[in-house]
Design a protein. Structure first.
Length: 394
């Protein structure tokens, strides 16, 4: 038998890592050139009516009377609106709508606070990124000014919005919260997306530095000792520009997640109803609870308007999953969102081509599958939208 010849680990994995990354960069360059910008489909009138909170008939009437935006009409007589036109129609309805009491534009008013929603769970695959992307896009289509923040160094949320963390060399939130002089204003980290009312702060691997910098900074500076307020304080600079911020947290309970939670006004915990996922979530709750208690004892109370559990990738015909949901309902009661997000191939398939359900053309997958998934997604997102509006006292 031949013995192994020991080698230096760094030599080996640095070389291999570099080669894989080069080859993937090349592949991605071919598939998705760096200057390519994502575009957005047109939305059928039924969907538009849902986002506007009006009826299809009302939209048809407006169009026939020559009011508001002019939809594209296909051969079959179907009406389609661009996302920009949806917003145009909303502004039009808001100004001219029959009942003066009905507001079509849902943006914050008077003393309404900026809503900051942290989407968290330790477990990868619990649906954080999918939930964040669809919630942010839904809120933008329903007329809110939204900022999505990708706080996961893996950058999946950024990738879904057409950013390529390794190729594009975008700034990340790290640039706005770092402790040294390289720090930039948060405004410099914000990018537009293909949804007119949705901006994003993309992620890159540099975010991970915050996990290493913070313990050092805690020893040496006041800024370090108050690390948990860094996201909240940088968001203050852009507070008037948005109604809702949705943060996709990394799958770990590190300084980034804690800092996001300290900035949050609400917390959405995504959970796939399986035994291992639930066990991991209970660990997460205990750890998070203990850390926030320590913070509170130190005089820093983390206060939320609401907390909800969202059941994700649910398959109701799977008996063990049903049992886990039953167990959650018994213990968590009112804190579970009434509507779970069902498992759907429409969502996973769309994800493979870096698209969300809202970006998918109805014909791209089986129609019944698509309709069921979109219907479920709308229901979940409208329920969360209700909580946001409730926080504004509506
Ligand atoms: N409702 C759903 N139905 C089917 N697949 C889903 C659903 N939600 C998420 N997925 C898929 O599950 C995987 C993990 O989801 P993701 O949102 O990336 O989780 P996380 O961000 O928590 O790691 C992805 O491939 C995603 O496309
Ligand atoms: Mg993720």
């Amino acid at each position: 038998m031949t013995h192994f010849e020991p080698f230096a680990l760094d030599d080996k994995i640095l070389g291999q890592g570099f080669e894989i990354s080069q080859t993937l960069d090349q592949l991605r360059l071919e598939v998705f050139p760096p200057d390519a910008r994502k575009t957005l489909k047109r939305f059928p009138v039924q969907e538009v009516a849902t986002y506007l909170g009006t009826s299809v008939n009302n939209l048809k009437r407006l169009h026939l009377e020559g009011k508001g935006p002019v939809p594209e009409i296909t051969g079959g007589g179907r009406r389609y609106y661009s996302a920009e036109q949806i917003e145009e129609a909303r502004q039009f309805l808001d100004k001219t709508g029959k009942s003066a009491s009905k507001k079509y534009v849902p943006q914050r008013r008077d003393n309404d606070k900026l809503q900051v929603i942290a989407v968290v769970n330790f477990k990868g695959g619990s649906g954080k990124t999918t939930t964040t992307a669809h919630l942010a896009q839904h809120l933008s289509l329903t007329g809110h000014r939204v900022l999505a923040v990708d706080l996961d160094p893996q950058g999946s949320l950024s990738a879904l919005h057409g950013f390529q963390p390794e190729l594009d060399k975008n700034l990340s939130l790290y640039d706005a919260i770092r402790y040294d002089e390289e720090r930039k204003d948060i405004q410099a980290t914000i990018q537009k997306t293909n949804f007119p009312m949705l901006d994003i702060i993309p992620a890159n691997i540099e975010l991970q530095e915050f996990e290493y910098d913070t313990p050092v900074a805690m020893q040496t500076s006041n800024e370090g000792k108050t690390f948990f307020s860094r996201i909240a304080r940088s968001l203050e600079h852009i507070d008037p520009n948005y109604d809702v911020v949705v943060i996709d947290c990394p799958p770990q309970l590190g300084y980034l997640t804690l800092t996001a939670l300290s900035a949050a006004s609400a917390i959405l915990i995504t959970v796939h109803p399986q035994m291992l996922d639930l066990m991991s979530m209970s660990q997460f709750l205990l750890m998070l609870g203990n850390i926030t208690r320590t913070l509170r004892d130190a005089g820093v109370a983390v206060e939320m308007d609401w907390l909800r559990y969202l059941i994700t990738r649910y398959n109701p015909s799977d008996v063990p999953q049903r049992r886990m949901v039953g167990l959650m309902e018994t213990i968590l009661a009112q804190d579970i969102l009434e509507n779970p997000m069902l498992n759907s191939t429409a969502i996973s398939d769309a994800g493979l081509t870096k698209r969300s359900l809202y970006e998918l053309e109805r014909g791209a997958v089986n129609r019944a599958t698509y309709d069921r998934a979109l219907d479920c997604m709308q229901t979940v997102n409208f329920e969360i939208q209700g909580l946001i509006h409730q926080a504004w006292g509506r």
